[in-house]
Write a protein that binds this ligand. Structure first.
Ligand code: CP3
Length: 361
């Protein structure tokens, strides 16, 4: 069947994770317990992460398979979450394609230069991502999956727009003005750029699935800065192009962005256009899940605990988590998560308590 591109011991074909609550919820089912994981669960909120990362740069850590596997497993051991999320970064495929990129602590991805002109973009798109360069990724995923047993590993990639926003701006920005200017000033160059970032992310996603990831998430963190018209015309086709790399694999996909209340049906349409049969939309903390469910009939949802409440008194957080779970009942399947990533100063014992609470409901 379609699975011929997958390694023989793939989790969804050998049944290792096909009954896992995360996979069931992403298929639109209601498993015995509601699955929960957290975006950025692996990282600075964990003292054991800070310990193993000491003296090693972020991208260097991502490309050391033993270290990436260990960091991926840390939150699963500590919190008992229903999924591991692969420790890597959305800019890793850029790095593997030879782009001058680094992750500056406290800042985020920084490029060797902004890529803004037709010439800049032509220089980028002349580079490809060699399949052999993805070997450290496949190795890290395989090591992780071997330790995880029946807990699924979630692979991920950055959506073409979010990657392009970093490339055009050259560094993190608030409104992504230069990227949005290029989109209109030179649509042809823009389309070439996002087709190229789509192919990089697509190859990155495919490598993770081939090595054993049970589901994937496409992060379009900055898509919320776009109008619906710009998103639909200049961004959605490239996101579908990236997801199409894994559409035939049988693994479910989640599509997530922040500030995307006005884009939710468009995010769903990308999954449909890509041909991913089992899919969910990730909802940030701004849209209540029952409202999202009304906008996305029949679609499983992921989300959307407000990360700010992780620092509130327990009774306030508990009431909020119960409210999120109860609103999530309006969707056919629900994966509990935050509305964005774990803040680095979060007390990790609070996250463990949230997992216990969700599992008890
Ligand atoms: O548990 C996980 O989610 C781990 C895997 C993961 C990382 N980055 C590790 C990381 C994932 C899924 C990402 C995705 C990512 N990276 C996104 C999309 C998700 C989102 O948050 O919207 C984006 C926009 C990036 C780019 C990026 N990388 C930023 C903005 C930063 C933070 C910079 C900082 O220091 O505040 C990074 C670095 C990064 N990526 C860290 C981690 C654990 C922190 C690195 C460190 O320990 O210093």
């Amino acid at each position: 069947m379609k699975s011929t591109t997958l390694a023989p011991a793939h989790p969804l074909t050998d049944g290792r994770t096909s009954a896992a609550p995360l996979v069931q919820a992403l298929r639109g089912e209601r498993p015995g317990r509601t699955p929960v994981w957290f975006m950025r669960q692996a990282g600075r909120s964990l003292p054991e992460y800070r310990e193993v990362r000491r003296g090693t740069g972020m991208l260097e850590a991502c490309l050391r398979p033993d270290l990436a596997a260990e960091i991926t497993l840390q939150p699963v051991r500590r919190h008992g979450v229903d999924a591991a999320v692969f420790f890597s970064d959305i800019v890793v495929p850029l790095k593997l394609a030879g782009v001058g990129v680094d992750i500056a602590p406290g800042v985020g991805p920084v490029m060797d230069q902004p890529y803004r002109t037709a010439d800049d973009v032509a220089r980028l798109t002349s580079r490809g991502l060699d399949d052999a360069a993805l070997e450290p990724i496949r190795e890290a995923v395989a090591l992780t999956v071997a330790e995880l047993g029946s807990t699924p590993l979630l692979g991920f990639g950055g959506a073409p727009f979010t990657l392009a926003a970093y490339l055009v701006e050259g560094r993190p920005s608030r409104d992504h003005l230069a990227a949005r200017t290029l989109m209109h000033a030179d649509p042809e160059t823009w389309d070439a750029l996002v087709a190229w970032t789509a192919d990089l992310t697509g190859a990155f996603l495919r490598a993770q699935v081939e090595a054993g990831a049970s589901a994937v998430q496409l992060f379009d963190s900055w898509a919320g800065s776009l109008s619906l018209a710009d998103y639909t015309a200049r961004v959605a086709p490239s996101s579908a192009r990236a997801l199409a790399f894994v559409a035939g694999s049988g693994v479910p996909a989640i599509h997530f962005g922040t500030g995307t209340g006005h884009l939710l049906p468009a995010l769903r349409d990308v999954l449909v256009t890509a041909g991913v049969p089992d899919h969910a939309v990730g909802i940030d903390y701004r849209t209540p899940l029952d409202e999202a469910a009304a906008l996305l009939p029949g679609v499983p949802l992921q989300g959307n605990i407000d990360p700010a409440l992780l620092g509130a008194p327990w009774d306030v957080l508990e009431a909020h988590v119960r409210d999120v779970v109860s609103r999530g009942l309006k969707a056919p399947g629900h994966v509990v998560n935050l509305g964005h990533g774990v803040p680095p100063d979060t007390d990790p014992t609070v996250l463990t308590r949230v997992v216990e609470l969700v599992h008890s409901l």
